[in-house]
Design a protein around this ligand. Structure first.
Ligand code: NDP
Length: 258
């Protein structure tokens, strides 16, 4: 029943084979979707090379450089989508950033620059990408972002990213309210802790994982592929009645009080 054949999916946030976006891209591809990939450009083109080496097996329709802080690159990304596909069905927003000083130490010590940069990349970018996706989602669509419990409850060291995720989760609701009239659904997946490049910047990620293994009903953390399965479901018609929601894919950790 889960069939994404003929659907066009733009996937952001693949950095390496541990990236959650990679798990999502694989499962969307497995369900039949066409994949387009963005990467964060660097001067020497190393990130592009890495992403291409990894994602080539999914036969992406295109690779485009897209730093979400760069409006021109965002516009060029969606111009490529329009040129290659004509319409977009699925947008995966799977990226975040915070300077080290936002992920350790006292919350009161977070510098203004770090705060602004983190919320621009991690939070505003969803709205920015949705703005450009909207005119291309001519047959409706599904926008999916990635969040974490640290946006709802205090988690040691998650600090600045917690504020970014709180804003992101509220953006999901406002975007869902606006875009519902165009049959565009907007949802977030709140994933349990997974070892990735981004999460290794958060102090104590391994402790977080061990804590989940101890406390969560399923006594383990989740995999990128499990998050990818939920993304494929949310992208599909099986989830046609779901919008504005945050779905927890966390082995049940979120329900526990003690
Ligand atoms: P990754 O490091 O694999 O992915 C983060 C991605 O964000 C990278 O591809 C990175 O690019 C990209 N990125 C950073 N800055 C920018 C920018 N300015 N423009 C475009 N892309 C940018 O880590 P994850 O897979 O863990 O993270 C993916 C999402 O999942 C994030 O939103 C994260 O908060 C969320 N999440 C992660 C959890 C975890 O435990 N890992 C748990 C719950 C949610 P590059 O690496 O090339 O710099």
């Amino acid at each position: 029943m889960l069939d994404l054949t003929g659907k066009n999916a733009l996937v952001t946030g693949i950095a390496n084979n541990r990236s959650i976006a990679w798990g999502i891209a694989q499962q969307l591809h497995q369900a039949g979707a066409n994949i387009g990939v963005t990467y964060l450009p660097d001067e020497k083109g190393r990130f592009e090379k890495k992403v291409r080496e990894l994602a080539d097996e999914l036969n992406p329709a295109f690779y485009v450089p897209c730093d979400v802080q760069n409006d021109q690159q965002v516009e060029d990304t969606f111009a490529t989508v329009a040129e290659k596909w004509g319409k977009l069905d699925i947008l995966i927003h799977c990226l975040a950033f915070a300077d080290k000083e936002g992920l350790t130490g006292d919350f009161t010590a977070i510098p203004r620059e770090a705060f602004t940069k983190s919320l621009d990349i991690s939070t505003f970018s969803l709205t920015r990408l949705a703005r450009s996706a909207k005119p291309l989602m001519t047959e409706g669509g599904s926008i999916i972002t990635l969040t974490y419990l640290g946006g709802v409850k205090v988690i040691p060291n998650y600090n600045l990213m917690g504020v970014a995720k709180a804003g992101l989760e509220m953006s999901v609701r406002y975007l869902a309210a606006e875009l519902g009239g165009q049959k565009i659904r907007v949802n977030g997946i709140s994933a349990g802790p997974i070892r990735t490049l981004a999460s290794s910047a958060v102090g104590g990620i391994l402790d977080m994982i061990h804590h989940v293994e101890e406390i969560a009903p399923l006594h383990r953390t989740v995999t990128q592929i499990e998050v990818g399965n939920t993304a494929a479901f949310l992208a599909s018609d099986l989830a046609s009645g779901i919008t504005g929601q945050i779905i927890y894919v966390d082995s049940g950790y979120e329900i526990m009080g003690m």
